[in-house]
Design a protein around this ligand. Structure first.
Ligand code: ZN
Length: 494
């Protein structure tokens, strides 16, 4: 048996001022895709692990991952998709294991995953199985469910189970190929979007739902049960949270499972509301505490949620604050990087920083400091989570030392959930008083064990938790919480 494996992952934010291009995916093909993921804790790493242990041949098609931003521009979308399709055709495989995000958009396409799956289905024909893995923040569509034999989502948020999800998908695919299971899949959509900040899977309202899904799997009542509380920053058709259940040859049981968990999610929807803290209040509270680090999460500028990472909502307060220890903050600002590199190591600089992409929500802030470090912006993620073991390339990068504030500024966006972002640039968050991350929740996996306290702060931005502030136009209405009196689906038994 030859199993094709591929990954194309990006989450979209259709409010972002930054569009996505082909190069943002750093795509590799064939053997290079295998080499990127072999031994790493990604979905593809999980596929490869199971195929190697069971002595199945893997036919690697492609590996592509891009940081969250607005839609992939049309010619680049067509190029990437046609490379995938050509590779799949050449592979002459018996089945496909595919890792995608589930909330990817392109110009003229709200549902990239559904599109890719429908093409994969036409290459493979109706009988060869396709098992798809998705991020927990996927937006499930009819086209996705109609073209995959099984869909399996992460069970963790912060996401730390990509490898396990890949392994689970590979085991299911092999059972399908051996005739041991005949997957039947059902899903239930809800007119609901929820905040990321309060949807951890290890505590709070999502925790019990994930435990219920896992209990059904462990009891053998379902092959896979996945909750998809979609990330809320997409103004697209067919938008909303969903539950997907895969059973063995029992369509009605799959629908029952999906419906029962969807009903529970609906009933708990108010529990996801977030308490945002004004930045001056968070800084004052931090100063009253002994030691650090105290983490300020600027979720409205979350780079993993499609914000450009250029907000000065925290920076403008931080730069004026009287701090008893060092503070670290990450920003994306290509022209500031260029100016600092022109000035050179050790040079004193005065410059405006921030608001490089999103002038609507951020104005540049004047800073004075010293160029402490210049780097190529290449670092390897170490914490369990996104791209663990894989190199991040955020372009030329500098560290400016402005009094107690250390500004890490890069030409391109990067995830901020891994302390290795700062460590790789000479700043150890453990020894900081304040660390600013641009993430709603993913940062908790690596920062909760080392942080004295954590505050999700209130600043404006395109990944704000204040969903009513976003200019939604296309999303199906009514939808909760944009419409407070939204009714649940009429046929859902609550
Ligand atoms: Zn996610």
């Amino acid at each position: 048996m030859r199993i094709a494996i591929a990954s194309i992952l990006q989450e979209s934010n259709t409010f972002s001022p930054v569009f996505t291009h082909y190069e943002d995916f750093h795509p590799v093909f064939g053997k290079a895709a295998l080499e990127r993921h072999q031994g790493n804790l990604t979905e593809m790493g999980g596929f490869l692990d199971v195929l190697a242990r069971t002595k199945h041949e893997a036919a690697p098609i492609c590996a592509a991952w891009a940081i969250t931003a607005n839609r992939l521009v049309r010619p680049d979308f067509e190029r990437l998709v046609s490379q995938f399709v050509d590779g799949l055709r050449r592979a002459r495989a018996d089945a496909l294991l595919l890792a995608m995000h589930g909330a990817q958009t392109a110009e003229g396409e709200d549902d990239v995953e559904g599109h890719v799956l429908s093409l994969a289905r036409s290459v493979l024909g109706p009988d060869k199985p396709i098992v798809l893995t998705l991020d927990l923040h996927a937006n499930i569509t009819r086209r996705m469910a109609g073209n995959a034999n099984a869909i399996i989502g992460y069970h963790t948020y912060p996401h730390i189970d990509m490898f396990e999800t890949g392994r689970k998908a590979a085991h299911l695919l092999l059972r399908i190929l051996k005739g041991k299971t005949r997957p039947t899949m059902a899903f239930r959509k809800l007119p609901l979007i929820i905040n990321a900040e309060n949807s951890q899977t290890y505590r709070g309202p999502m925790h019990k739902l994930i435990r219920a899904a896992q209990a059904l799997e462990q009891a053998g009542k379902a092959e896979a049960v996945s909750l998809f509380p979609v990330q809320p920053w997409m103004d697209i058709d067919e938008m909303g949270c969903a539950v997907v259940a895969v059973t063995n040859d029992d369509q009605r049981a799959a629908q029952r499972v999906a419906d029962s968990l969807a009903a529970r999610l609906w009933k708990n929807k108010r529990d996801f509301e977030v308490n945002l803290v004004p930045v001056p209040e968070a800084l004052a509270a931090a100063e009253k505490m002994e030691g650090g680090p105290i983490v300020l999460a600027e979720s409205s500028d979350s780079t993993g949620s499609g914000s450009p990472g250029d907000s000065t909502g925290v920076l403008k307060h931080l730069i004026k604050a009287k701090l008893s220890g060092a503070a670290a903050i990450f920003l994306v600002d290509p022209s500031a990087v260029d100016k600092a590199i022109q000035a050179g190591i050790g040079a004193a600089v005065n410059m405006s920083i921030g608001g490089a992409f999103d002038r609507k929500h951020s104005k540049p802030v004047a800073v004075s400091g010293r160029v402490k470090l210049i780097s190529d912006g290449r670092w390897t993620a170490r914490a369990r989570g996104y791209n663990t073991g894989i190199v991040t390339e955020m372009g030329r990068s500098v560290v400016l030392e402005c009094g107690q504030v250390f500004l890490l500024i890069a030409e391109r966006s990067a995830m901020t959930v891994d302390p290795e972002l700062f460590r790789s640039h000479g700043i150890d968050p453990v020894y900081c008083k304040i660390v600013v991350v641009k993430s709603p929740n993913g940062f908790r996996a690596a920062y909760e064990p080392i942080a004295k306290a954590m505050f999700v702060v209130d600043t404006p931005g395109v990944s704000t938790a204040n969903l009513r502030a976003l200019p939604f136009k296309r999303i199906p209405r009514p939808i909760y919480p944009l419409d407070a009196d939204t009714a649940p689906p009429g046929d859902l038994r609550l």
